[in-house]
Write a protein that binds this ligand. Structure first.
Ligand SMILES: Nc1ncnc2c1ncn2[C@@H]1O[C@H](COP(=O)(O)OP(=O)(O)OP(=O)(O)O)[C@@H](O)[C@H]1O
Length: 237
């Protein structure tokens, strides 16, 4: 459904993305992971048409929507949840009666339809952003660090919602994250990027348990295990 071939992006001579290829089948879920600056966001922006590639091809069968890290930035502060979703439904010629179903799909109480973004928690706002993206009934959702700004417990709720939404709608995900620990819940396959290149790719379970590349091994090693406790401050004076 999405086929990215030999993507390259240069910014004034600096190479941000260098020969990147990956594919997402219809209804599939691919994670793109890597440290800050590895070129993930540039790939996502090219896939969604926000950025133009220097060379390479993006073939997409169907429509695409994007969910960003910070929904507070992407939501209109003066628009209620209901107003925001109704606008997208109308724009795409969908029936307004789907509004309630959308709220149910993302686990938002229907009574929150009249709320403004500032009256919602960070997790609730991200639910609205996901509902807004799904309202257009896209074939592909690009999620760029969509849970990075949330507390870990809220992250888990949003990840579960994403799993359920994919099962319910058949939408495919391109899930961009620096955090390998969130990948397992949502994605079946992963592409690992470092310095603009793909260093490893494959099924999530294989890459997490038998990483082949040294960079991937370091990423896996930096993921906190269950029971992990942050080290106390060393200086106790
Ligand atoms: N508009 C731009 N102009 C110049 N350089 C850019 C631009 N956008 C990105 N870059 C550079 O391209 C490289 C890849 O950036 P990109 O944002 O794609 O990485 P990333 O892995 O998504 O990192 P982050 O998670 O920090 O966004 C970086 O070196 C970055 O500085």
């Amino acid at each position: 459904m999405l086929d990215v071939r030999d993507l390259r992006k240069e910014y004034r001579g600096a190479i941000a993305v260098d020969g990147v290829s990956f594919a997402v089948p219809a209804g599939g879920s691919l994670a793109v992971v890597g440290e800050s600056g590895s070129g993930k966001t540039t790939c996502a922006r090219i896939v969604t048409g926000l950025e133009k590639a220097t060379s390479g091809t993006v073939t997409l069968h169907g429509s695409v929507q994007m969910v960003f890290q910070d929904p507070y930035q992407s939501l209109d502060r003066r628009q209620t949840v209901r107003g925001c979703l109704a606008e997208v439904l109308a724009h795409h010629g969908r029936d307004r009666s789907r509004l309630g179903e959308l709220l149910d799909l993302v686990g938002l109480d229907r009574r929150l339809g009249d709320a403004l973004p500032r009256q919602l928690s960070g997790g609730q706002r991200q639910r609205v952003a996901i509902a807004r993206a799904l309202a257009a009934e896209p074939q592909l959702l690009v999620l760029d660090e969509a849970v990075a700004a949330l507390d870990v417990s809220i992250q888990a709720q949003i990840l579960n919602l994403l799993v359920d939404a994919r099962a319910a709608t058949g939408v495919a995900y391109l899930f961009i994250t620096h955090d390998l620990s969130v990948v397992r819940h949502v994605c079946t396959d992963v592409v690992v990027m470092s310095r603009g290149r793909v260093v490893e790719s494959g099924p999530v379970e294989r890459v997490l348990h038998e990483p082949e590349h040294g960079y991937t091994r370091r990423l896996v090693a930096s993921v906190p295990r269950p029971g992990w406790v942050p080290r106390r401050a060393v200086n106790r004076d």
